[in-house]
Design a protein around this ligand. Structure first.
Ligand SMILES: C[S@@+](CC[C@H](N)C(=O)[O-])C[C@H]1O[C@@H](n2cnc3c(N)ncnc32)[C@H](O)[C@@H]1O
Length: 619
């Protein structure tokens, strides 16, 4: 029966703690864990886990009490003195000797509680190295999940009872008595770095020469212990040591650690069949110095691999993920827990691209397989990035298969540049097409312009010829005008002559004592002189154009009609017709009028009218 099935309410409580306080107790052994929780429940007078969960919701301050009860901080300087003696005699000198020039010794005290274990380590290494060297070349990381315990540890001050296990000479060298408390030497204090770290959830501190985890693993269940130990294995240098508490055995983890002293719980890392570990294994057969040199070399390679700018992971020949550099861990969201797990079980084996079959193919075909431009979106919110993935089979001198390296090169910028280039190309093509059509349009316009120019030219020529014609016409007109002007002149001269003739005639007519009336064939009056005015009392302008026969004057014009018409239509040229008529002149006096018709001839001899001469005669 699983733990959850045994007591679901308790499991719910653990889940609640995990979700609300971020502390995961699910990997702890249930028996002791339950006992601790029960104790706390008794303190607040509750006996039901569900009720206690409600209580925690209402009283947030209870969490601190609960954690303090669960996390047992019992510790002391030189706890289990024989084990420490072993460490001083057999382990610390080796670590110090093996250290390369200018290398720092790295130690991790996991579950350090109030710091006594970490300071015990510090003063022992200071003894072995010398304080000055320790100050510059010793780093002790001391971590715990309990902040209160860490706060105490950071102060580095202890009561006289607490420092009792420390041999007097060491206590006097490395502690100062301050107000009744022993305070660790300032310089040695600086070798120890305290920090909160959850050994179940957080990534381990790596490249360690010594990992001390005492009386802490015992609280964890077997499965969680295995996970933590796998991480410890990873964290240790090839020659690193693991120092456990008296109750911790590691019998089931022989594949990871081999005992150096089972009695004192000192173990050494079993090199795994990774390229790095195999090299170390080979040199372990030789002298320690060679091993150290190789260690430095391996670390150098590891550091280079770890800090490479291209994300890279390595799978061993059994299909386990054995290496992942920093870049890969960040890019692909891998953590230290994933190291040592089968590659097939990891999300990275199928996302962002299916790699399982590719890895198999690269192994069997023995050549690199590249997959380009793989789109990768780590979360919905994040923008896609693009990766060039290269799967390279690794072989030992071209012979035995060692595993496969997979690198993920971020080509997002290239991708963007390519897209930009593509876009620019398209824009360029469009611009070119537009240019071409603009060019064609220009060509057409040019042709149109040319034909317009031609038309203009023709029009110009036409205009020129019209101009010439007009000039000729103008010339003709000018000649005609000249002619006209000379004719005009002639006419004017003639008119003048005529005028003179007329004046002359008028003066003749006026001077004549005879009334002269000129009529045309219709008897319309053409001329009526002064004497006629005098005779009949009508002015020339009153009679001109009127028929003589229509005039109402003292002359019986009706008697004139017949003889004058006969005279006009007769064929006599020249000659005279004389009529004597009785009339009454304008003064009312009865007069006899002699009328003489004189035929007026035109140049062609055709009769146009007659000239009538009227004068008073004695009768
Ligand atoms: C019994 S003390 C051991 C102290 C010291 N190592 C020793 O042997 O004297 C166990 C310590 O483990 C710490 N601890 C318990 N669970 C832990 C976890 N998940 N991560 C880190 N420390 C934890 C506790 O807070 C406690 O301080």
């Amino acid at each position: 029966m699983s733990e959850a099935e045994k007591n679901p309410a308790f499991e719910e409580l653990l889940k609640y703690l995990k979700n609300n306080r971020g502390f995961d107790f699910t990997g702890y052994k249930r028996s002791s864990l339950m006992r601790r929780v029960d104790r706390r429940m008794m303190a607040v007078d509750l006996d039901d886990y569900d009720d206690y969960r409600d209580y925690l919701e209402v009283h947030p301050g209870e969490f601190a009490y609960l954690f303090n009860t669960i996390l047992i901080n019992i510790t002391s300087f030189f706890r289990d003195p024989e084990a420490w003696t072993y460490l001083v005699d057999e382990v610390i000198p080796r670590i110090v000797e093996r250290r390369g020039e200018d290398e720092t010794i790295r130690v991790w005290s996991v579950g350090c509680a109030s710091g006594e274990e970490a300071y015990t380590l510090a003063l022992l290494f200071a003894e072995a190295m010398g304080l000055d060297d320790a100050v510059t070349h010793l780093k002790i990381y001391a971590t715990d999940v309990d902040e209160d315990a860490l706060a105490h540890a950071r102060q580095g001050g202890y009561s006289p009872e607490h420092v009792e296990p420390i041999p007097d000479d060491l206590r006097d060298t490395y502690f100062e008595l301050d107000g009744g408390r022993y305070v660790i030497h300032g310089e040695l204090r600086r070798c120890v770095v305290f920090g909160r770290h959850d050994l179940i959830q957080d990534a381990p501190i790596s490249r360690l020469d010594l990992l001390v985890c005492r009386n802490t693993l015992i609280y964890l269940n077997a499965e969680t212990q295995s996970r933590v130990l796998a991480r410890f294995h990873f964290a240790l240098n090839p020659n690193g040591y693991l120092f456990l508490g008296n109750a911790e055995m590691l019998i089931t983890h022989a594949s990871l650690f081999t005992p150096v002293s089972l009695e004192h719980r000192v173990f050494r890392k079993v090199p795994k069949e990774t390229p790095r570990d195999r090299m170390v294994l080979l040199t372990q057969a030789g002298d320690e110095r060679a091993a150290d040199e190789l260690g430095v070399y391996v670390r150098l390679r590891e550091a280079a691999f770890g800090s490479a700018t291209v994300a890279q992971i390595v799978i061993d020949r059994d299909g386990y993920l054995v290496l992942a550099n920093e870049k890969a861990r960040r890019l692909l969201d891998l953590d230290h827990q994933d190291l040592g797990r089968p590659f097939r079980d990891l999300e990275i084996s199928y996302r962002p691209v299916e790699l399982r079959s590719v890895v198999d193919r690269a192994k069997s075909e023995r050549h690199e397989i590249a997959i380009e431009d793989v789109e990768f979106r780590r979360s919905k919110e994040e923008d896609a990035i693009y990766l060039d993935v290269a799967v390279v089979p690794l072989r030992n001198n071209g012979e035995r298969a060692l595993g496969v390296s997979i690198s993920f090169r971020d080509v997002t910028r290239n991708h963007e540049l390519e897209s930009e280039l593509h876009r620019s190309n398209q824009e360029l093509e469009t611009a070119y097409e537009e240019l071409q059509s603009a060019n064609e349009e220009l060509e057409t316009t040019n042709e149109e312009l040319q034909s317009t120019v031609e038309e203009l030219q023709t029009t110009n020529e036409e205009l020129r010829s019209i101009n010439e014609e007009m000039e000729t016409m103008n010339e003709e007109l000018r000649t005609a005008n000249d002619e006209l002007q000379s004719k005009n002149q002639e006419l004017r001269e003639r008119t003048d002559a005529l005028g003179q003739t007329e004046v002359f005639l008028e003066s003749i007519l006026a001077s004549l004592e005879v009334g002269i009336v000129v009529i045309d064939r219709d008897f319309d009056i053409l001329l009526w002189n002064e004497r006629a005015v005098d005779l009949w009392g009508l002015e020339e302008h009153e009679v001109k154009g009127r028929s003589l026969l229509s005039l109402d004057i003292g002359l019986p014009v009706g008697e004139l009609a017949e003889p004058v018409r006969t005279f006009i239509e007769g064929d006599e040229s020249g000659g005279e017709l004389e009529l004597i008529l009785d009339a009454i002149n304008r003064r009312g006096k009865s007069v006899r009028v002699s009328i003489t018709n004189t035929l007026r001839l035109d140049p062609h001899g055709e009769s146009k009218g007659v000239v009538l001469l009227m004068e008073e005669v004695e009768g």
